[in-house]
Design a protein around this ligand. Structure first.
Ligand SMILES: [Zn+2]
Length: 210
């Protein structure tokens, strides 16, 4: 099933890419006492059985996504927030993890992806996350999908679709539809204070792109 048009980036490049083979393989992931993996052992993660997957790169994808799902479960179990988790990877190495902390921090923007992006940026010492890939339990909400663009993340892996979040009671689909409307017809009331446009532009003019 394809993602709704609401969530298709205009650029049909990296963020829209989706490997159907990997998506099918994801259904085979599961805890297993008989199989393990160096990354799994090193990090103390639950052993994952991926018996039909022979390509190491694909196996890594499943392990990273399995970890994102584990983090999502942790967010719920710990009471920190909704069932959302992610792992951010660069050159095959995990640089950061994130899970939803909206409830525990009382921060409406503390979605798993935002938490993960902030941690990755701190770890790497830059707001430019070019070359990073994010393994996220789902297609991000509009805020987080935009944040992936701001951070210049190179690739998104996901398992759940926006309609899954919608069915679970989250507003992803609703907000995406709002954003397609002209600002003046969106449910959020807005008003332009045009008399200060020139003064506001002065702030822009003081900025020079790095
Ligand atoms: Zn989000």
């Amino acid at each position: 099933m394809a993602a709704p048009a609401d969530f298709e980036p205009r650029d049909t490049g990296k963020l829209a890419a989706h490997d159907q083979r990997d998506a099918e393989a994801l259904t085979e992931i599961g805890a297993c006492e008989n199989h393990s993996d160096p990354i799994t052992r090193e990090r103390g993660w639950p052993a994952v059985c991926i018996s039909s997957v022979v390509q190491h790169g694909t196996a890594q994808k499943l392990i990273f996504m399995g970890r994102a799902i584990e983090l999502a479960r942790h967010a719920v179990a710990s009471g920190s927030g909704g069932p959302f988790g992610c792992v951010i990877v660069k050159n095959g190495e995990v640089v950061a993890e994130g899970f939803n902390q909206v409830r525990s921090t009382r921060d409406p923007t503390a979605h798993g992806e935002m938490v993960g992006l902030r941690a990755a940026a701190q770890r790497l010492g830059t707001a430019d996350l070019s070359g990073c890939e994010i393994y996220n339990i789902s297609v991000p909400c509009p805020m987080c999908l935009a944040a992936l663009y701001w951070a210049k993340v190179s690739k998104l892996y996901y398992a759940c679709l926006p309609e899954d979040a919608d069915a679970a009671g989250f507003d992803n689909v609703k907000i995406a539809r709002y954003l397609q409307l002209p600002l003046e017809t969106q449910p959020l009331k807005s008003e332009r204070i045009e008399t200060l446009h020139a003064a506001a532009l002065e702030a822009y003019r003081s900025w020079s792109p790095g």
